[in-house]
Design a protein around this ligand. Structure first.
Ligand SMILES: Cc1ncc(COP(=O)(O)O)c(C=O)c1O
Length: 436
């Protein structure tokens, strides 16, 4: 039952905030601590959503809160273009040491994921003096005009809001469960790889001599938690090297331990030229980064990058604290265990419930794909919606993803207590029973 206070707030929100700012839960948050959320309705929830993969260290991690307080007590804004400050440089140095990119890295800071992607494209265009950008089916890169164009899903992401940015070309992503060529991983000989680019994309879609960048999420997030198959990135790297194309990995959702390594790229023996980062980096504060090969990053004219708020000092302090906590609390080791526990339970769910078509992921970035029934390949977004509501009724916040909203994704804090995790997974099992 919704309380009067929540009902009143929902009414106020409806009158004051556009309906396009969608909302998944009729809950107003009162407080959050690690993987626990308390609503103004007095109910507590286990949080498997983390504000869409932002609270990888949980809500209000004490070290992050302390860093925010300390920095806010000194100065909250200066604008790096006007007055420089050490936390910006320290964060750039830390990221340069961590992020696996080609060459000697440099980092620029911005505010949101979309802004990082916009800048990555600008930099790639400036370096190559070429214009076209290749992106993928199921990609999500943001909601600004350029990143919306690069985002794959049409409804609601692009409904009535074109015209779209020019020079963007979309190709098939290696979504093995729904192979665009209808092949199986054992027999496909990587039909989506080098030969697809050389024999199809560069012949029928866009000339490689016009192509500045290929951008992809090594594990697609919003598109359905779809990891690239082993060997695929090597082929993309070869294509980019052959044609002087900048390879960009968008790790805004997959970065900072979500796949149980710092970055999804760390699972593969391939470095991009540029990586975009955001979400969990700031422990909840809005900050993003573009880390890339210094030669490429330095190709833009002075004053061509930046912005009033990019790399806000309080957000930098939070991000530095986040990176410290990764070391002091062995977050990546915990994320490995988390991924194993989730994976084992999901395999058991798949045997138990006919509506589970696929279980997949990398490390702790795991998902379940819901289909109409045993043996069916038809996505069932309606059933996924019922599942999510059943979870919420039982006290678990959880998110769907994918073009048909039929994938259930795991974005709990990597710091979740083992008993909370078990409780949340038990609720998932009960919710699958509810909807079956
Ligand atoms: C892979 C990826 N890129 C870019 C974005 C856009 O980030 P933001 O919402 O901070 O603009 C997202 C957001 O979900 C994302 O998952």
């Amino acid at each position: 039952m919704m309380t009067d206070q929540t009902a009143d707030l929902i009414l106020r929100r409806q009158k004051s905030v556009p309906s396009a700012i969608a909302n998944m839960n009729p809950v107003f948050i009162e407080s959050g601590s690690n993987a626990n959320v308390r609503g103004l309705d007095g109910k507590t929830y286990i949080d498997f959503a983390s504000g869409i993969g932002v609270n990888n260290l949980g809500n209000t991690h004490p070290e992050v809160v302390r860093a925010i307080r300390d920095q806010a007590g000194k100065f909250v804004h200066a604008c790096f273009h006007v007055l420089m400050y050490e936390p910006y440089v320290a964060l750039a140095e830390k990221l340069n040491a961590l992020v696996p990119v080609t060459g000697t890295p440099k980092t620029m800071l911005a505010n949101s994921g979309a802004e990082a992607v916009e800048n990555a494209v600008k930099i790639a265009r400036s370096y190559t003096r070429k214009r076209a950008v290749i992106c993928f089916d199921n990609a999500f890169h943001g909601r600004t005009m350029l990143t919306m164009t690069m985002t794959s899903k049409i409804r609601p992401n692009k409904t009535d809001t074109g015209a779209w940015a020019p020079g963007i070309f979309r190709v098939h992503f290696p979504y093995c469960f729904r192979c665009p060529w209808n092949l199986t991983p054992d027999s496909c000989k990587m039909a989506c790889g080098e030969s697809y680019f050389e024999k199809y994309v560069f012949k029928f879609l866009v000339d490689p001599d016009d192509t500045a960048a290929i951008i992809l999420e090594p594990v697609q997030g919003e598109g359905g938690f779809i990891p690239v198959p082993p060997g695929y990135l090597e082929q993309l790297r070869a294509v980019c090297d052959r044609h002087h194309i900048v390879l960009i990995f968008d790790e805004i959702q997959s970065g900072f331990g979500r796949t149980s390594k710092m970055f999804a790229a760390d699972h593969f023996n391939v470095k991009p030229d540029i990586m975009t980062l955001a979400k969990s980096m700031g422990g909840g504060l809005p900050i993003s980064a573009v880390t890339g090969n210094g030669k490429i990053m330095d190709s833009v004219a002075a004053g061509g990058l930046g912005g009033t708020y990019g790399g806000n000092p309080v957000a930098c302090a939070a991000a530095l604290a986040v990176l410290d906590v990764f070391d002091t609390e062995d977050i990546l080791d915990r994320a490995v265990t988390l991924g194993e526990v989730i994976r084992e339970r999901f395999r058991a769910f798949k045997k138990q419930f006919d509506c589970i078509g696929d279980v997949r992921g990398l490390g702790a970035m795991q998902a379940i794909e819901i289909v109409k029934g045993a043996g069916s390949m038809e996505p069932d977004g309606e059933k996924a919606g019922r599942f999510i509501r059943a979870c919420r009724d039982r006290g678990l916040l959880i998110l769907a993803c994918g073009t048909f909203k039929n994938n259930i994704r795991m974005l709990m804090p990597l710091t979740i207590e083992p008993e909370m995790l078990e409780k949340g997974l038990d609720i998932m099992e009960q919710a699958f029973s509810d909807i079956s």
